[in-house]
Design a protein around this ligand. Structure first.
Ligand SMILES: Cc1ncc(COP(=O)(O)O)c(C=O)c1O
Length: 424
């Protein structure tokens, strides 16, 4: 069975990274219809925290589907969804205790923007260059990682302002990381001094670790500076944790690495074990300002997704997070060795098992997207699936399952090492 025989039935707008047609998948492995096996370091774009078809997730889905699949949370309540909302609130920092469930990341981002605007009565949103928040019109309006995503869609949602994210590797001036973070904050302060009055800004929305933009970890002072600016001006701070959340960075939420608590958080991707689910999570005080009936969804809070989410949460609260930290530290060390060995590797970075390898022209910081493409292609030929990210299209992201073993990690690293060696 070949995709090319069926491609006429699919909108060509979808980027198709490979022509693999999957027969089955288990853990870190995908098997295609011809019996070829691939080690999957993409996991559905940082979704499967426990790898493919994790036993307890599959069982939870099967058992829940046999009981009730859908009657709509607008009409009834489900035990699995009630329990999931409670367990989510126990996993989040501060007073982020109340959830609104939706179905995908962009939808949650759109809802979070609506919530911030309604809760503050203000129109403005500040977002960051390099950000990715999704493909709906609202999420596209605050996405700044590729002009292509916004092409022909202008005018988008009004009153959106972009500021710089502290992408330290591509700093335009030689400063320390903390100084560079401060420089970016200064740019933001200029926006609220010169371009939009802070009393008109509803929210600042930021990824605590930038995802599609290149797996960029900001200096902690950047996020604490944002918190300070928000507090001073009555602006809500939204953390988009759709990619960084739910254990990916070695803590339940990336915000916990920085000790900064947002007012609103969006979650998605990993939260339902591979089923489509997302959430807007905030305090009771803020959620109470969202007038009943002004937002809603038919499918949000689906019990099959919630049951899967509970199974993932159970595993994360066991040994999986600890494994993510241990393997993540090991991965950092091995990536540093790769960087020392191959001059085409300019930077390696990330938290937990959200790690990136950035390719450059040797001896410079000039992006080298061709090298990255060659490595991804060569790795695929050797049975390792990798995915790019980054505003310069020169970065490989590594998002393996959080329960990956050392042997699996070593095997992938060996492949990457040899592919950089012979492909570039
Ligand atoms: C940080 C972040 N926000 C939002 C989204 C959009 O999520 P979805 O593709 O589920 O709409 C993504 C997807 O990559 C993301 O990484």
């Amino acid at each position: 069975m070949k995709y090319s025989d069926y491609s006429a039935y699919f909108a060509p707008v979808v980027t198709k990274e490979t022509d693999i047609v999957v027969q089955s998948a288990k853990g870190i492995w995908i098997t295609d219809v011809d019996g070829n096996k691939y080690m999957d370091f993409v996991q559905g774009i940082a979704v499967n925290a426990l790898g493919h078809c994790f036993e307890t997730v599959v069982r939870a889905i099967q058992e829940q589907a046999a009981n009730i699949i859908h009657a709509s949370l607008n009409i009834v309540s489900y035990p699995a969804t009630m329990e999931f909302a409670k367990r989510l609130s126990e996993s989040t920092p501060g007073s982020l205790n109340v959830s609104f469930f939706s179905n995908g990341g962009a939808e949650a981002v759109d809802g979070a923007l609506k919530l911030a605007k309604i809760a503050t009565g203000r129109p403005g949103i500040i977002a960051f260059r390099g950000s990715f928040h999704g493909r709906t019109i609202g999420a596209t309006s605050i996405t700044g990682s590729k002009a292509r995503y916004r092409k022909h869609l202008e005018p988008l949602m009004p009153s959106v302002y972009f500021s710089g994210y502290p992408y330290y590797f591509h700093r335009d001036i030689d400063l320390s990381e903390a100084e560079y973070a401060e420089r970016r904050l200064a740019e933001l302060r200029e926006i609220i001094s010169y371009t939009i009055d802070p009393s008109d800004v509803a929210a600042i929305i930021v990824e605590p670790v930038q995802g599609e933009g290149g797996y960029i970890v900001p200096h902690p002072e950047f996020l604490s500076g944002l918190r300070e600016i928000c507090d001073k001006n009555g602006i809500l701070l939204i953390f988009d944790e759709i990619q960084s959340g739910f254990g990916r960075t070695g803590k339940m939420w990336a915000s916990q690495h920085f000790g900064i608590i947002p007012d609103i958080m969006t979650a998605g991707k990993a939260i339902a074990g591979g089923l489509p689910m997302s959430a807007i999570i905030s305090s009771k005080e803020i959620m109470d300002k969202w007038e009943r009936g002004t937002h809603g969804t038919t499918f949000g809070g689906n019990p099959v997704c919630a049951a899967a989410g509970l199974a993932v949460l159970d595993a994360l609260q066991g040994e999986v997070l600890e494994n993510c930290r241990i393997q993540g530290d090991y991965l950092s060390e091995r990536l540093k060795e790769l960087k020392d060995k191959h001059p085409v590797v300019g930077d390696v970075r990330g938290l937990g098992l959200m790690k990136a390898i950035e390719f450059v022209e040797p001896g410079t910081r000039t992006p080298n997207p061709a090298a990255m493409s060659k490595v991804i292609l060569a790795a695929r030929k050797k049975g390792l699936l990798l995915l790019s990210c980054g505003i310069f299209q020169n970065t490989i992201r590594l998002a393996p399952p959080l329960n990956i073993t050392r042997d699996e990690l070593d095997q992938a690293l060996e492949t990457i090492d040899s592919c950089i060696g012979f492909a570039v």
